[in-house]
Design a protein around this ligand. Structure first.
Ligand SMILES: CC(C)(COP(=O)(O)OP(=O)(O)OC[C@H]1O[C@@H](n2cnc3c(N)ncnc32)[C@H](O)[C@@H]1OP(=O)(O)O)[C@@H](O)C(=O)NCCC(=O)NCCS
Length: 266
């Protein structure tokens, strides 16, 4: 993490205190279970836009389809709550690399968000001050973690990972901690996995801040299942967001332009 410490908090959704918490924190992360009955999914579907309903209908895996529909409906509820508008008034579009962002008249509102989901757990990170990225992984062992780490981490992260394992940290946990940070950063930038080579080469936004969400409080129904998760949050300055929106608006853009880095995720 670079710069000032990140003030973050996690709330179980549904929650009434989102706006109040946003005023006192850099980021508020809403955690919600994604499991739903057929009736709940059917009730949520009308809030989705046509493109989302098409995506829902296109999934061949029913569980994945239901999680997607519930995730997008909950995203609209959460963003709507933060903006003080109804869920069906939340208009979204997707950047070139797939990041959902506010669309139309809502684009000028000072609210940034990012979504991560893993199995039945959804995280929606919100910020009023910075563009935001959140990532979530189920805690697990990683086969051949050294080979994977060589491929996806920047040299400094690879060295930090090795040090953590040499000091006795379980390799899967240590790897996923690093990987969540990388993905949170790429999601804050909006480039997703397309930006991995830039990240590995040290090209990162100025003022980037990355923090482990550890320990991650879980909704009771998820905690009861006994599953553990690893998660991270990244924030970058809204100035970069304006530049990014211009890039994302251009269909020719292959990837966002990232200023040379001075930030580190150490
Ligand atoms: C977005 C990305 C960074 C992460 O995806 P992921 O880890 O598979 O899934 P997550 O649940 O964390 O995030 C998915 C959400 O990110 C958001 N998202 C999609 N593209 C995004 C982008 N370019 N920037 C920011 N957010 C994005 C969407 O809201 C998506 O939710 P949706 O399914 O409702 O549309 C993606 O670029 C990706 O493909 N990652 C590859 C993962 C991988 O290769 N892992 C193995 C490494 S060892």
């Amino acid at each position: 993490m670079s710069g000032a410490a990140v003030r973050w908090t996690v709330v179980d959704w549904p929650a009434t205190e989102v706006s109040a918490r946003l005023a006192t924190h850099d980021a508020v992360i809403c955690a919600a279970p994604l499991h739903a009955t057929d009736a709940e999914v059917a009730r949520m579907l009308p809030v989705l836009c046509t493109r989302e309903r098409d995506r829902f209908a296109g999934y061949t895996n029913d569980v994945v389809a239901r999680r997607f529909a519930m995730g997008r409906a909950l995203l609209r509820e959460i963003v709507g709550c933060a903006l003080g508008i109804a869920p069906d008034a939340v208009t979204l579009h997707e950047g070139v690399h797939g990041k959902p962002v506010l669309a139309g008249a809502l684009m000028s509102r000072p609210l940034w968000f990012s979504v991560a989901h893993c199995e039945d757990l959804l995280l929606v990170a919100l910020s009023r001050t910075s563009d935001v990225g959140v990532d979530l992984e189920r805690a697990r062992s990683i086969e051949q973690w050294e080979r994977v780490a060589d491929r996806v981490l920047a040299p400094v992260e690879r060295a930090q990972l090795q040090l953590a394992v040499d000091r006795g940290e379980e390799s899967g946990r240590a790897f996923l901690r690093c990987w969540c940070r990388v993905e949170a950063e790429l999601k804050a930038i909006g480039c997703g996995i397309v930006g991995l080579e830039d990240h590995r080469a040290g090209r990162r936004p100025l003022g980037l801040r990355v923090v482990d969400l550890d320990p991650l409080p879980l909704p009771a129904s998820i905690a009861a299942a006994g599953v553990r998760y690893q998660a991270a949050l990244a924030l970058c300055a809204p100035g970069l967001e304006s530049a990014r929106q211009r890039v994302l608006a251009s269909p020719q853009a292959a990837r966002p332009t990232i200023p040379p880095a001075r930030a580190s995720t150490a």
